[in-house]
Design a protein around this ligand. Structure first.
Ligand code: CU
Length: 489
């Protein structure tokens, strides 16, 4: 991937820039270049990495020596809110979208502990773009629910890098929120600023159109078509607006670590009413100055810096502007302080850029179904099973049991399911790997064992067997119990 000559070239560019700018006032984002080959930087000591949820970032590395840096990251699959009244099952690194921010310096040896929570449904892994090695770590980090994998790498190149899950179907894992940023600071650290924030764009694809209330499943076809229902900063509409807005004071310097998880769309990142004094283009060592809008590729990043000179609300957008005002890609930076009339007259009032349309609609939250426990009628089993299905199965098999082509088999009108109820029970109890053929199509994915009790397995299977044209089998708790206690695999 990377050759020595490319590395040398990257190092040479900022050196030239430093020489040519002749000691002007604007300090380069780039700290002074070490001449040491990063491969040979010795580590001195060990520490646990501080991880933060967006929009916050860990403390800067300053001038600490390279260390062995232990990163403990836990994957959590959990229901979150995309916008008012719209729920979504997010797959997360560390419980947030984007995932926890990791801050390192050149020469660090990162020992990465990736934990997949036992309540999760799926295996995952991690590909860090800051890694020099096969798959960016993905080939060494595949981890099933209830397991932990450990791998290590030395960070060689300074910059801001994306990490993401790379488990098949890769696009779906990324679309569900499995991405984040890892920063590699140069020797001596980045120049000091007053405020630093973490903002990452992502596009989301839901069965229902933008704003349709309820729990919305992922829509594979829309994702393939790149037809996003939501384009957002930090995982949801409004993550950075109102009370969640970023803040700064007049006269301060703000540094934004901008990432784009995609999976599909390129971001035209812009802050309305500000000019970026400095941009680390594509998160690398090249610094551009006086920039209005910077492109952030899917799977890429940028570091932008600007001094806030006047008070007011500054709006962060993807300047592909319908995404901002109609799909959610809008955030706010609120700057407090005295008016600076010489710089800005103040005749245009704050609030003119209030979002419109779907992004601020009030949508009633659907009432949660009440689940009765104990001996259930078939009808009650089906109702309970439906509830369990939306919590456990629908991310992969989809709300209508259609599955996902080439990834997860259908449950609707499934010959495989209808042929053998005991086999179906066994799969829910024990999980399933290896190739199977369903309705004439081959599937070779991984279903992990589900943490459901016998009654729950009976209910969810009864639901599945009694919808979508299946054979109306009723699965009892007793049947599940029999399979679990020796029915075999
Ligand atoms: Cu994943």
């Amino acid at each position: 991937m990377k050759t020595k000559s490319i590395t040398k070239l990257l190092f040479a560019i900022p050196m030239l820039a430093l020489i040519s700018c002749g000691g002007g006032e604007k300090k380069s984002l780039k700290a002074k270049k070490h001449k040491v080959n990063p491969v040979t930087i010795e580590v001195k000591g060990e520490m646990d990495a501080e991880l933060t949820a967006p929009p916050f970032v860990p403390a800067s590395v300053g001038n600490r020596p390279a260390k062995k840096l232990n990163v403990n990251m836990e994957i959590l699959e959990e229901v979150g809110e995309m916008t008012d009244g719209v729920k979504y099952v997010y797959w997360t690194f560390g419980g947030s979208v984007p995932g926890s921010f990791i801050r390192t310096r050149v020469g660090d040896e990162v020992e990465f502990h990736l934990k997949n929570h036992p309540d999760n449904k799926l295996p995952h892994n991690i590909d860090l773009h800051a890694v020099t090695g096969p798959g960016g770590g993905a080939t060494s980090s595949f981890v099933a629910p209830g397991h932990e994998t450990v791998f290590s790498f030395k960070v060689l190149n300074p910059g801001l890098y994306v990490y993401h899950c790379a488990t098949a179907p890769v696009g779906m894992h990324i679309a569900n929120g499995m991405y984040g940023l890892i920063l590699v600071e140069p020797e001596g650290g980045l120049p000091k600023v007053d405020k630093e924030y973490y903002v990452m764009q992502g596009d989301f694809y839901t069965k229902g159109e933008h704003g349709k209330p309820g729990l919305q499943p992922f829509d594979m076809q829309k994702a393939v078509d790149e037809d996003a229902d939501y384009v957002v900063f930090n995982g949801k509409v409004g993550a950075l607006t109102g009370d969640n807005a970023l803040t700064a004071n007049v006269g301060e310097t703000v540094r934004l670590f901008i990432g784009n998880g995609g999976p599909n769309l390129v971001s035209s990142f812009h802050v309305i009413g500000e000019i970026f004094d400095r941009v680390n283009v594509e998160g690398g060592s090249l610094v551009n100055e006086d920039v209005q809008t910077t492109l952030v590729p899917a799977g890429g990043a940028a570091i932008v810096e600007f001094k806030v000179d006047v008070p007011g609300t500054f709006i962060l957008v993807d300047h592909s502007i319908f995404r901002a005002f109609n799909k959610g890609a809008l955030g706010m930076l609120k700057v407090k302080g005295d008016d600076q009339k010489a710089l800005y007259s103040g005749t245009i009032q704050e609030g003119i850029y209030n979002p419109e349309g779907g992004t601020i609609q009030e949508i009633p939250v659907a009432e949660k179904a009440v689940v009765k426990k104990g001996k259930l009628s078939k009808k009650e089993q089906i109702a309970n099973g439906k509830q369990l299905y939306t919590q456990t199965c629908f991310a992969c098999h989809q709300a209508t049991g259609d599955g996902i082509p080439n990834a997860f088999p259908p449950l609707a009108k499934s010959d495989y399911l209808n042929a053998d109820v005991n086999r179906a029970i066994d799969i829910v109890i024990h999980g399933k790997t290896g190739e199977i053929t369903v309705n004439g199509k081959k599937y070779n994915s991984i279903m992990t064992k589900q943490s459901l009790n016998d009654a729950e397995i009976a209910d969810v299977l009864t639901y599945v067997y009694n919808v979508w044209g299946n054979n109306k089998t009723v699965v009892t708790e007793k049947m599940v119990k029999a399979r679990r206690s020796g029915g075999g695999h």
